[in-house]
Design a protein around this ligand. Structure first.
Ligand code: PHE
Length: 360
């Protein structure tokens, strides 16, 4: 019996014959053409050489080629049947193999997270440390220590969510509540360490507000506090103006308007030029050309004294801003509720979209 191995050209095909049972579906056809194709298949070509061989050799070689060809044909037929069976199994299991592959989402930073990190980063460059405090506070930390008069309507400014639970023993001051601002962490910071103090305090705050295009019942704030000897309003203004230039742009104009907070005196609100119209006036800034970004002021002497600090010796300034609001200004987002949704069209539009692995 003549074996394919008697002929080196046929013997060389045996590894390819052995590979057919494991050929991937998309490679079967090309391999079939390469071996058995009518125009340039290797075995087809071998058969074409028979005519030029002596009779004896023609018989032996021809038989060897034909037997190998039959084995290839059987192997291809078997492979095709196995692949068809596999496909039927997947179809029965509900997988549609003609569907394009699903691209994998890579997470992206939320615009508010980006804004918080950037703001904190700018103040860190200036030597501020990061502090945090509890979201469940007492009336004393949230209001009274901050110079809100007890039962004064000033407390109504902050529509407060009270907790139906008694305060822990030893905590100063009355009912428990969800903090309405990050300012109570001013008190905790001054209690914890003597001046000089320079901290920024990021965190969530809560108010009994209905949700609409510009209000959320839970939103972020970043508090700033600097307390030392000889600190003046000049430090406040210079630092916050520097901040606005770093965060928005070096040419962004700022202005300070007088305001009122129980815990600062004097108090101000800082505006930056509208990031959409750059001062010309547009619907986003209600035609004024300005957008309010923070409240600030010199720490009220009563607040320093409530923390046991000598208000004759120490002065300080503080600010509070809302990263959710600032994200709206920066990215020109018309509705704050978009920041809570998972709408990929929105996230793709505000900077770093969730890219896919397929996008690279
Ligand atoms: N806590 C104030 C608010 O929530 C903001 C503020 C902080 C104002 C610090 C002055 C100083 O509106």
């Amino acid at each position: 019996m003549i074996e394919p191995t008697d002929y080196p050209d046929l013997g060389a095909l045996l590894p390819r014959l052995a590979g057919i049972p494991t050929l991937p579906a998309d490679a079967v056809e090309a391999e079939h053409t390469a071996i058995l194709g009518r125009k340039s298949g290797i075995l087809t070509a071998a058969l074409k050489t028979l005519a030029s061989l002596p009779v004896d050799e023609r018989k032996r070689y021809g038989a060897a080629v034909n037997r190998l060809k039959a084995r290839f044909e059987a192997a291809f037929a078997e492979r095709a049947e196995a692949l068809a069976a596999e496909r039927r199994r997947h179809e029965a299991a509900g997988a549609d193999l003609t569907m394009p592959g699903r691209r994998q989402w890579v997470g992206a930073e939320h615009p508010v997270t980006k804004v918080v990190d950037e703001i904190v980063g700018i103040f860190r460059e200036l030597g501020f440390a990061v502090a945090t405090g509890p979201e469940v506070e007492t009336e004393w930390y949230n209001f009274l220590a901050l110079n809100f008069p007890a039962d004064h309507p000033a407390m109504d400014m902050h529509d407060t969510l009270y907790l139906d639970a008694p305060a822990a023993a030893g905590e100063p001051g009355g009912r428990l509540l969800l903090r309405t601002h990050t300012s109570p962490v001013q008190i905790r910071t001054m209690q914890a360490s003597p001046p000089p103090v320079r901290v920024v305090i990021p965190g969530m705050v809560y108010r009994n507000d209905a949700m609409d295009a510009s209000h959320l019942p839970a939103f972020s704030q970043i508090e700033g506090l600097a307390v030392d000897e000889g600190i003046s309003f000049v430090d406040l203004k210079a630092t916050l103006t520097h901040f606005a230039h770093r965060f928005f742009s070096p040419t962004t104009r700022t202005r300070f308007r007088p305001s009122f907070f129980p815990f600062t005196e004097p108090s101000a609100e800082m505006d930056v030029e509208c990031q959409l119209c750059h001062g010309g006036g547009c619907p986003a800034c209600k035609g004024s050309g300005w957008m309010e970004i923070l409240g600030c002021g010199m720490v009220h002497p009563a607040v320093l004294e409530n923390c046991g600090l000598d208000s004759e010796r120490y002065t300080g300034w503080a600010f509070g801003m809302g990263p959710h609001r600032i994200a709206l200004l920066r990215y020109g987002v018309p509705d704050i509720r978009l920041l809570l949704g998972g709408d990929m069209r929105f996230l793709a539009a505000v900077g770093r979209p969730g890219r896919t692995r397929a996008d690279g």
